[in-house]
Write a protein that binds this ligand. Structure first.
Ligand code: NDP
Length: 603
C-alpha cells in the first residue's frame, strides 16, 4: 500500500496491477492492426479534401536543390533552416491543399495542441509570433504554418494536392528523380521526407460499414457543410435536432465531444477504452509576461527545459508546468528522496510506478468529482498506466456527459459490433442515428513505406522497404545507408521525444541544413552514411532499455502494436539509450564538429 500525494488517497498496488491486467485482457484481440480498414476502393472518398478545391496545373519537369515530401512542421522547419543556409529552391510536396500537415487535415471543432504552445509551435522566435493561449487552437496553429511558409518563401516552389508516387536515385547524375500523381517528373539534388506519424486515417473494420445510409465522415476530414460551425469553435448549428454517433474516445474525440454535445439533440459516444483525461488549465497568454520571457534564445531554452523535464535530466525548474511535466516532477521528487546509494534502476522504476498509480488514482477521482451519474463516471475511468495510451487533458470532456443529450455507450472493451443502414450496434443494441463520425485514429503500426504511399529506390536499386525489412536502420534517425542525399525527419532512432514531436523535427531540420550547406559549400555531389556508422548507431540503440512506450502489460492501442509483439516495423522505433537530452547533446557536438563523422562526402 502506498499513500498518494495531493488527493490524499491510498493505493493497493497488487489490486491495481490485477485490475490493469484484467482490463487489458478484455481488450486483447487476435487480429491486432488487421482489425482496421484502409480507406481504399469505395471508402477512398473519406479521404477527399473538404477544405481546399483542387486546381489544375502543368506537371513539373525541372530540377531543384532540395525536394521535401510533407508540408507539415517537418517540412516547414527543415525548409526554414535550408533557406537560412542559402538554399533558395526548396520544393515542398504535400497531398494537402496548403502547409500544415496534421493541422491542415485535423480541423475538427476543439482541435488544439496538447503540449504548451510555447514549446509546441516551432519558430516562434524567428517569426515573432506570440501564441494567444497556453494551448493554442487549431486555426492559430494552421495560420502559424502558413506564416512560416510565407516568411521563408516556401510557397514559391511548393506543390500541393500532390502525392509522390516514386522516388528513385539516379546514380549516373547523382540526383533523385521524383514522380507524382500529377504527372510531375523532376529531379532534386537532395530529398528529405517528413511524412508524419499519423496521417493515414483508418476506420474500424466492422461489418456493415458501407451500408450505413446516413451521413458519415472521419474526424480528419470534418464536414462543416453538414454540421455547421467552423474550426474556430462556432456552434455546430446544423446538428440541432440531429442524432449523432461518434466512434472512438481517443485524443481527437476528447476535444470534439464537448462541441458535439452542445449541438446535437442526442450524442452517442461509443467507447472501447476510456482515455485518461487530466486537467487542461488553458489560459490566454499575458502579453506582458510573454514580453518578459521572449528574450533572445528563449524558445530554445524552453524546449531544452521541457525535454529535460521529460527525460529524467532533473533540471531545477519547470518552465512549462503542465500534465506532461507533472508526472516527471513527481518521479524526480521520489527519486531524490531516496538515499543516493539506494538509487538502483529497480528502485527508480518502483518510484515511477508509485507515482503513476497515484496520478491515475487522481485522474479517476476527477471523473467522480466531475461526472454526476455514478455509473457513467465508473465507465469513464481508465485502468492502465498513464503512458499506456496517449494521455489526454481537457476541462470540458468529462463535463459533457452531464448534459442530458450526451450518452456514453461503453462497449466494455469490445467496440462497436456493426453498422446497419440506420445506425450503430453495440452490446447487442442498435442506436439509430443520422450521422456517424469516426474518431478512430490513424495507421501507426504499419510499415513506413505503406504509410508513405511510395518506396524509395536507392543505390543499386535497393528499396527502403528492403533496407528496413528487419526494422528501421539509420544514423541519428536521419540518414540511411544506400540512400545518398536523402534525409528523414521524424523522431525514431533520435530523441524519440513523444510529448513534443516538433522538438525532434526542429533538431533534424537544423542537422539537415548543416549537412546540405557543407556539401554545397565544398562542391560534393553526394553524401551518404557509411554502413559501419549506421550499424554502430543501431547497436547503440539496441543497448538501451527498448521502447519506452507500449509495454505488453498495457491495454492494447497503437503505442503497443495493439497488444501484439512488436513486428519489424516497430521493433527498432526507439530513442537514444540515454534519453532525449543525451541525443540532443550528441547531435549538437556532431554538427558543430564540422566533420559529420559517419557521413561520406563524395565529389
Ligand atoms: P486514437 O487512435 O487515439 O483513437 C481511436 C479511438 O477509436 C480509440 O478510442 C479506439 O479505441 C477507438 N476505436 C477503434 N476501433 C473501435 C471500435 N471497433 N469500436 C469502438 N471504438 C473503436 O485516434 P485519435 O484520432 O483520437 O488520436 C490519434 C493521435 O493523434 C493521438 O494519440 C495523438 O497522438 C494525436 N492527437 C494529438 C492531438 C493534440 O496534440 N492536440 C489531438 C488529437 C490527436 P481503443 O482505445 O480501444 O483502441
Amino acid at each position: 500500500m502506498i499513500s498518494g500525494s495531493g488527493a490524499g488517497m491510498s493505493v493497493d498496488k497488487e489490486t491495481l496491477r490485477r485490475k490493469y491486467r484484467e482490463e487489458r485482457d478484455k481488450r486483447l484481440r487476435p487480429d491486432g492492426n488487421d482489425q482496421y480498414l484502409r480507406l481504399t476502393g469505395r471508402l477512398a472518398s473519406y479521404l477527399d479534401d473538404p477544405y481546399t478545391p483542387r486546381t489544375e496545373r502543368e506537371p513539373r519537369t525541372d530540377h531543384v536543390t532540395v525536394a521535401f515530401v510533407g508540408g507539415g512542421f517537418a517540412g516547414l522547419v527543415t525548409g526554414a533552416r535550408l533557406k537560412e543556409a542559402g538554399v533558395d529552391d526548396v520544393r515542398v510536396i504535400d497531398k494537402g491543399g496548403d502547409f500544415g500537415g496534421t493541422w491542415y487535415w485535423n480541423r475538427y471543432p476543439g482541435a488544439q495542441c496538447d503540449t504548451a504552445s510555447y514549446v509546441y509551435m516551432p519558430l516562434l522566435e524567428e517569426t515573432g509570433h506570440m501564441p494567444t493561449e497556453k494551448y493554442a487552437h487549431g486555426p492559430e496553429i494552421l495560420e502559424h504554418c502558413r506564416r512560416i511558409g510565407e516568411r521563408y518563401g516556401l510557397y514559391d516552389h511548393a506543390l500541393f494536392h500532390t502525392e509522390v508516387q516514386d522516388l528513385r536515385w539516379d546514380e549516373s547524375r547523382s540526383r533523385w528523380r521524383i514522380r507524382t500523381d500529377r504527372g510531375d517528373d523532376f529531379t532534386a539534388t537532395f530529398v528529405a521526407l517528413g511524412i508524419g506519424p499519423l496521417h493515414v486515417p483508418k476506420l474500424p473494420g466492422i461489418p456493415g460499414i458501407e451500408s450505413f445510409r446516413g451521413h458519415s465522415f472521419h474526424t480528419s476530414r470534418w464536414d462543416y457543410a453538414y454540421t455547421g460551425g467552423d474550426p474556430s469553435g462556432a456552434p455546430l448549428d446544423r446538428l440541432a435536432g440531429k442524432r449523432v454517433a461518434i466512434i472512438g474516445t481517443g485524443a481527437t474525440a476528447v476535444q470534439a465531444v464537448p462541441h458535439l454535445a452542445r449541438a446535437c439533440a442526442e450524442l452517442y459516444v461509443f467507447q472501447r477504452t476510456p482515455s485518461s483525461v487530466d486537467v487542461r488549465d488553458n489560459r490566454p497568454t499575458d502579453p506582458q509576461w510573454f514580453a518578459e520571457i521572449a528574450q533572445p534564445g528563449w524558445q530554445q531554452r524552453w524546449l531544452t527545459n521541457f525535454a529535460a523535464n521529460q527525460s529524467g535530466a532533473m533540471p531545477d525548474e519547470d518552465l512549462v508546468m503542465d500534465g506532461w511535466t507533472d508526472i516527471a516532477g513527481r518521479v524526480r521528487a521520489k527519486i531524490q528522496a531516496l538515499p543516493r546509494e539506494e538509487r538502483s534502476l529497480e528502485r527508480m522504476l518502483a518510484a515511477f510506478e508509485d507515482c503513476d498509480f497515484e496520478k491515475m488514482a487522481e485522474i479517476r477521482a476527477r471523473v467522480d468529482a466531475v461526472v454526476s451519474d455514478p455509473e457513467t463516471a465508473q465507465r469513464l475511468k481508465a485502468w492502465y498506466r498513464q503512458l499506456c495510451k496517449r494521455p489526454c487533458f481537457h476541462d470540458e470532456y468529462l463535463q459533457a456527459f452531464n448534459l442530458p443529450g450526451t450518452h456514453l455507450v461503453d462497449t466494455d472493451g469490445k467496440g462497436v459490433q456493426r453498422l446497419t443502414e440506420t445506425g450503430v450496434v453495440a452490446a447487442g443494441r442498435e442506436y439509430e442515428v443520422d450521422c456517424v463520425i469516426y474518431a478512430s485514429g490513424f495507421e501507426v503500426g504499419t510499415t513506413w513505406t505503406r504509410r508513405a504511399g511510395f518506396d524509395l529506390t536507392g543505390r543499386d536499386g535497393v528499396r527502403l522497404s528492403e533496407h528496413w525489412a528487419e526494422g528501421m536502420r539509420s544514423l541519428h534517425g536521419i540518414h540511411a545507408h544506400g540512400f545518398p542525399n536523402a534525409f528523414l525527419v521524424q523522431q525514431a532512432q533520435g530523441a524519440n521525444l513523444i510529448s513534443n514531436i516538433p522538438h525532434n523535427l526542429t533538431e533534424s531540420g537544423r542537422t539537415i541544413a548543416a549537412v546540405v550547406e557543407h556539401a554545397l559549400a565544398h562542391g560534393y555531389r553526394e553524401v551518404e552514411v557509411s554502413e559501419q556508422a549506421e550499424e554502430a548507431w543501431v547497436e547503440l540503440l539496441r543497448s538501451g532499455a527498448g521502447r519506452i512506450l507500449g509495454s505488453p502489460d498495457c491495454t492494447p492501442g497503437y503505442y503497443n502494436n495493439e497488444g501484439h509483439a512488436p513486428g519489424p516495423a516497430t521493433r527498432l522505433l526507439v530513442g537514444h539509450p540515454h534519453g532525449a537530452m543525451a541525443y540532443f547533446a550528441h547531435l549538437d557536438r556532431w554538427r558543430e564538429s564540422g566533420t559529420f563523422e559517419g557521413l561520406e562526402f563524395r565529389a
